[in-house]
Design a protein around this ligand. Structure first.
Ligand SMILES: Nc1nc2c(ncn2[C@@H]2O[C@H](COP(=O)(O)OP(=O)(O)OP(=O)(O)O)[C@@H](O)[C@H]2O)c(=O)[nH]1
Length: 229
């Protein structure tokens, strides 16, 4: 399956990345200690591809909107507590007609970033339906994060920050507003997930538990420009 927005193949995606990789691994120009699969979900046009491109390349895909066809992925290695954590990030098509394709990928994902667009009430209203899908298809212990994207579009906002916060609280998932355009909170969203997954995989009995909610609250609203440790 391929998309119009990216060129990597399904076959590459399945090469050695299905579960945690705890020994030091090397692929082309890319060293990592541990690998996780993260999936981007949400209605069409909420900004999933743009969030991924912002995180991976530090750029914004403006201009004409081209919907993703099916599913594709990109890798990024981040440093978490002196470990190289590879995130294999799956960008899914938000359009209903691709739903059966994307369902097949839920089970392998260790984390899901669920997006809505703060300028689109329907995309927010559909979050509950997305959470039902996640319950039906994803692993029980999957890390979920809710993101209200396009926070730069203040004049067009129709979903209040508090509404996003309330919904997230109701489902017990962390929440933040992001902008793929300005970069606000984009790196934080992925790094928080990377930290949570790394701690889950390497947690020692005497180590304090990583608290993703607390970490996000202490870091969010900063500009997306800077590296977070
Ligand atoms: N102003 C602004 N526009 C954004 C932002 N993120 C995405 N967009 C725009 O919103 C449109 C849709 O973005 P995409 O990233 O392609 O949306 P998607 O969720 O991947 O859509 P599907 O592939 O159909 O699922 C594009 O025109 C983007 O330029 C953002 O943070 N701010």
């Amino acid at each position: 399956m391929s998309t119009r927005k990216a060129s990597l193949t399904d076959k590459q995606a399945k090469n050695g990345t299905s579960k945690y990789v705890l020994e030091r691994c090397a692929s082309i120009n890319e060293y990592y200690d541990i690998a996780f699969k993260v999936m981007l979900l949400g209605d069409s046009a909420v900004g999933k591809t743009c969030i991924l491109v912002r995180f991976k390349d530090g750029a914004f895909l403006g201009g004409n909107f081209i919907a993703t066809v099916g599913i594709d992925f990109r890798n990024k290695v981040v440093d978490v507590d002196n470990l190289k954590v590879k995130l294999q990030i799956w960008d899914t098509a938000g359009q209903e007609r691709f739903r059966s394709v994307t369902h097949a990928y839920y089970r392998d994902a260790q984390a899901l970033l669920l997006l809505y667009d703060i300028t689109s009430k329907p995309s927010f209203d559909n979050i509950r339906a997305w959470l039902t899908e996640i319950k039906d298809y994803a692993q029980k212990d999957v890390v979920i994060m809710l993101l209200g994207n396009k926070s730069d579009m203040a004049a067009e906002r129709v979903v209040k920050t508090e509404d996003g916060e309330r919904l997230a609280k109701q489902y017990g998932v962390p929440f933040m507003e992001t902008s793929a355009k300005t970069g606000v909170n984009v790196e934080l969203a992925f790094l928080a997930v990377a930290k949570e997954l790394k701690h889950r995989a390497t947690q020692q009995p005497n180590e304090p538990k990583f608290k993703i909610h607390d970490y996000i609250e202490s870091q969010k609203h900063r500009s997306g420009c800077c590296s977070l440790g």
